[in-house]
Design a protein around this ligand. Sequence first.
Ligand SMILES: CSC[C@H]1O[C@H](OP(=O)(O)O)[C@H](O)[C@@H]1O
Ligand SMILES: Nc1ncnc2[nH]cnc12
Length: 274
Amino acid sequence: MSTSPSAGPAAEIGVIGGSGFYSFLDDVEEVRVETPYGPPSDPIAVGELAGRRVAFVPRHGRDHRYPPHKIPYRANLWALRSLGVRQVLAPSAVGSLAPHLGPGTLAVPDQLADRTHGRAQTYYDEGAAVHVSFSDPYCPAGRRTAVGSARTAGWDPVDGGTLVVIEGPRFSTRAESRWFASQGWTLVGMTGHPEAVLARELALCYTPLCLVTDLDAGIEEGEGVTMDEVLRVFGENIGRLRALAADVIATLPAERTCPCPRALDGMEIPLELP
Ligand SMILES: CSC[C@H]1O[C@H](OP(=O)(O)O)[C@H](O)[C@@H]1O
Ligand SMILES: Nc1ncnc2[nH]cnc12
């Protein structure tokens, strides 16, 4: 089905599923949204959960056809925003840069370090120069809710830390991994950037839900992380991660009270959204 963005908000909360997280809601309507950046990774699945309207897209596509550097990040965020989404939950499989954060750990980082290159990371390539503030990349209210929901579920979440985002698709060398850890960075992934900054440019709150699937090369004593290992460990935890996302959705305040920019709501950014 094709939906005109002028049809009105179809969803308020968006979920972008990562590796191993290819579907979320039961009883969905699949919405094909066209964007100036091409189609999103898949049609957006829109449904209801705990009385909230939710839109889901798997960032790699449901058949994992997009590697991290080829994901249509701009189209995904734009499509969610055009459906009315204002808050995005971003589950992701990540490596750990700290020995005490083992596989199965749930982390809600508060910082991001970008080590990607060559990815389109802005909607503002032409026209007026726009420089969004990004000192705190994630939504504090979303983070607080996620940490609280995880504790309620009996998880012992890591509240804070820095996610370094590498270009991929290869994993890090041991030297790179040790260097990242020496910077004080705690988690490593391949998709957290530019997803978070594009959300910021669209005035969307963005909350990462990072599941540690492996110890990265610098602290790993064996052969090094593999894609199979990531998907296996993620698969062992997908049930409780889904439950966590559902609880966060049910608990997130309906009114946004966080300090995240409302640039588009306030029309400060001259982006013409349909
Ligand atoms: C499947 S191995 C590496 C792959 O897993 C992570 O994906 P996501 O962040 O979407 O869960 C990582 O970023 C890589 O893209
Ligand atoms: N070790 C790792 N490095 C980068 N991305 C990952 N995703 C899951 N584990 C990862």
